[in-house]
Design a protein around this ligand. Structure first.
Ligand code: PLP
Length: 476
């Protein structure tokens, strides 16, 4: 069979568009987490590919029977685990258009409009977040990649260290600083960049899980005295466990004094800056050398799209540019060839879906939804605070609430909360995740889906309280 001709493709595409619309319509009829065991789906699928072409309807039948019902439904408004990763309608449409074009955004010459739309969309996001025009940037797949690229650029900026050309043989002498609450992707980035786990120094946090600037300054002093080379500090604005916000201004001042690269991991929380009234929370992030914010988290962009902003593109270009003969093009200097700023040569056309989201929601529309999410989170926090059997384990600066049940005199609240979490998740009616704060098992409720309403938040509170009642009865 040849590829689908335009007419056949049109019919098939309409069919698929209908399926996706049907899915979004019936989303809430599904259990958020399917009740299946590892291997169940694979066992239902043919072990070998067909030798002859199969009609679309047969393939879609299997999709509807085995795939759609057996995913964990990240799109479901009762999915409140981890951080939101939701594909909005405009985002899905942008993803489809990008798939049709299949533009590979490696060089301006082979992706002119896609390159320029990426430049425009990056500038729009920068403006949406109220950051100064000095920031340029690009899209990567994930925050893990954005942070890795930033760590490599920071390493490249260390005077006298020629890691790009000579490698990183020998014991780790570089030091990168991140709080004890920083995401594991920072340590992974350090591993890949040759800094090593030993090169990552975890800095203590205060009672609200924010990096302590005095502890950072002391760690740098101590490391310099011991012969290490400090080179980079990562400030997390919206940590994974509790959404705490490191003090960016104080960290920026230490970085300026010590001549260190400042990288900001605002993968989840950065979107808060789309609401001008919340920008003071990030005061000082505008002094960073690099910043990551993930549109695929709280900006409803189909996975994947991570925004990497950098103050000086030359640092990234110098760190990563390698142009073999076959990729040299006659464009004037200054034309953006994105492959020179990171690891990948071929790059997906991510800007289109983000651009469609910005256009179809509008900046005011985005801020209005975010404000609702904050209102829901505060509402839930107020219910928790008012119930003597429950407690909040962290402040709620964003839309994630850290809570747990702690009935008077209960001998093992960790085990109780684990059972409450398991019961809610096993019900299929919601999906929550956990963390540990101050040594205590903590249930996280993360809001951020534009399909969520106050009723969903009331329902999660009801589910938690009813699971707690059952579990405490078992203990009694
Ligand atoms: N940074 C923070 C603060 C996160 O919470 C996460 C994931 O939740 C990441 C980085 C990693 O994100 P990604 O999956 O885009 O690599």
């Amino acid at each position: 069979m040849a590829d689908l001709d335009p007419d056949a493709f049109r019919k098939a595409a309409h069919r698929v568009a209908d399926l996706v619309a049907d899915y979004l319509e019936r989303l809430e009829s599904y259990d958020v987490v399917p009740k299946i065991a590892p291997g169940d789906v694979a066992a239902k699928l043919p072990g070998r590919p067909p030798e002859n072409p199969e009609p679309l309807e047969d393939v879609l039948e299997d999709y509807l029977r085995w795939i759609e019902p057996n995913v964990t439904h990240w799109q479901h408004p009762m999915f409140m685990a981890y951080f939101p990763s939701v594909a909005s309608g405009p985002g899905i449409l942008g993803e489809w258009l990008a798939a049709g074009l299949n533009s590979n955004v490696m060089l301006w010459r082979n992706a002119p409009a896609s390159t320029e739309l990426e430049q425009v969309t990056v500038a729009w996001l920068r403006e949406l977040f109220g950051l100064p025009a000095v920031f340029d940037g690009m899209f990567t797949d994930t925050a893990s990649m954005s942070s890795l690229l930033s760590i490599v650029a920071a390493r490249h900026a260390v005077p006298g260290l020629h890691a790009r050309d000579e490698g990183m043989a020998g014991p780790a002498r570089l030091r990168l600083y991140a709080s004890t609450e920083a995401h594991s992707s920072i340590e992974k980035g350090a591993i890949v960049a040759g800094v090593g786990k030993a090169g990552v120094r975890r800095v203590d946090v205060d009672a609200e899980y924010r990096m302590r600037p005095d502890a950072l300054a002391a760690a740098i002093r101590e490391d310099r005295a011991a012969g290490f080379t400090p080179f980079c500090v990562v400030a997390t604005l919206g940590t994974t466990s509790s959404t705490s916000v490191d003090p960016a201004r104080a960290i920026a001042e230490i970085c300026a004094r010590e001549k260190l690269w400042m990288h900001v991991d605002a993968a989840y929380g950065g979107v808060m800056a789309a609401m001008p009234e919340h920008r003071p929370l990030f005061d000082g992030w505008e002094r960073a050398d690099s910043i990551v914010v993930n549109p695929h988290k709280w900006l409803w962009t189909p996975f994947d799209a991570s925004l990497l902003l950098f103050r000086d593109p030359a640092h990234f270009r110098d760190a990563f540019s390698l142009v073999p003969e076959y990729l040299s093009t006659p464009e004037a200097p200054g034309v953006r060839n994105y492959n020179e700023y990171g690891v990948q040569l071929g790059r997906r056309f991510r800007a289109l879906k983000v651009w469609m989201i910005l256009r179809m929601f509008g900046t005011e529309g985005i801020a209005a939804i975010l404000r609702e999410h904050l209102r829901y989170a505060n509402l839930l926090a107020s219910w928790v605070a008012a119930d003597p059997d429950w407690e909040l384990l962290a402040p709620v600066p964003m839309a994630t609430v850290c809570l747990r049940c702690r009935p008077e005199g209960h001998p093992d609240p960790d085990a109780l909360n684990r059972r409450i979490l398991d019961a809610v998740n096993a019900s299929g009616r919601a999906y929550l995740s956990h963390t540990r704060l101050a040594g205590k098992l903590t249930i996280r409720v993360s809001i951020g889906n534009p399909r969520q309403t106050e009723a969903h938040v009331a329902r999660i509170w009801e589910l938690l309280r009813s699971a707690a009642a059952t579990q405490t009865r078992i203990d009694a």
